[in-house]
Design a protein around this ligand. Structure first.
Ligand SMILES: Nc1ncnc2c1ncn2[C@@H]1O[C@H](COP(=O)(O)OP(=O)(O)O)[C@@H](O)[C@H]1O
Ligand SMILES: [Mg+2]
Length: 237
């Protein structure tokens, strides 16, 4: 469902060029829970931002569900994100003036659906992440782990075809990190939700179906070979 060919992203800062991605090709199937791992500065967030249409590559192609998204104009990209993609960030990015249910309903409201339906869907998905009793709380009344579950509910409210998460556990302790990872695994298994998650915590590896290792802006073939072809254990290259 995601096909990437020879993806490059070069940041230009005045006279200086930083090659954050130097030619990455990969594919991700529907229903996979994929980890993107590698050292700090290796290009993990840059890769996720290209896949999630939050940034535009310098060259290369990305196809999602058969659409060549590299060819979309800005308006079409915004609509594609709203209709097909969900995002979870490390800082939760919730709106502090709104209650939990309103925060989760935002992407549904932006699709232009009737308000009552949006709140019903928000309440249903909050129930699923274990926050059915927190609908009318303000964000600051919740713990960090609960806030991240609110942001996961928001990412899921429009039933996206792909959920992207960039180090969603970076600000959480081990217990809350486990809760978040188990929630991802359960929506992956129960709903068949495709998830692409960046992490640099080795202990997160056990949760992923497959790991894409990157290093210096390229796939780390050596490391992927060690765990199997394409990072899939038990499928040696
Ligand atoms: N907006 C930007 N402008 C310039 N350089 C950037 C920008 N974002 C990232 N970089 C650089 O690109 C490289 C990869 O960064 P990033 O994708 O954030 O790595 P990671 O998420 O693996 O830590 C790093 O050298 C980083 O400094
Ligand atoms: Mg990063």
């Amino acid at each position: 469902m995601i096909e990437v060919a020879d993806l490059k992203r070069i940041y230009r800062l005045g006279q200086v060029e930083v090659a954050a991605l130097r030619g990455v090709s990969l594919s991700i199937d529907k229903g996979e829970f994929v980890g993107i791992m590698g050292p700090s500065g290796s290009g993990k967030s840059t890769l996720l931002h290209q896949l999630g249409l939050l940034d535009t590559p310098t060259s290369g192609t990305i196809s999602i569900n058969g659409t060549d998204v590299s060819r979309l104009d800005n308006g079409e990209r915004t609509l594609f994100r709203l209709m097909h993609l969900g995002y979870v960030f490390q800082d939760y990015a919730l709106v502090s003036e709104l209650n939990v249910m309103e925060n989760v309903a935002i992407p549904a409201i932006m699709q232009g659906r009737p308000l009552d339906d949006c709140y019903d869907d928000a309440a249903r998905v909050l129930e699923k992440v274990g926050l059915g009793k927190r609908l009318h709380h303000l964000v600051y009344e919740l713990s960090g782990g609960e806030q991240q579950r609110v942001s996961i509910a928001r990412a899921l409210v429009n039933t996206p075809s792909i959920l992207f998460a960039d180090e969603p556990c970076a600000n959480l302790d081990t217990e809350n990190s486990r809760t978040v990872l188990e929630l991802f695994r359960s929506v992956n298994r129960e709903l068949g939700q495709t998830i692409v998650m960046v992490s640099h915590e080795p202990w997160h590896m056990e949760y992923f179906d497959r790991i894409i290792f990157i290093r210096d802006g390229l796939l780390d073939q050596e490391r992927m070979g060690r765990v199997g072809r394409n990072g899939r254990p038990g499928n040696p290259a």
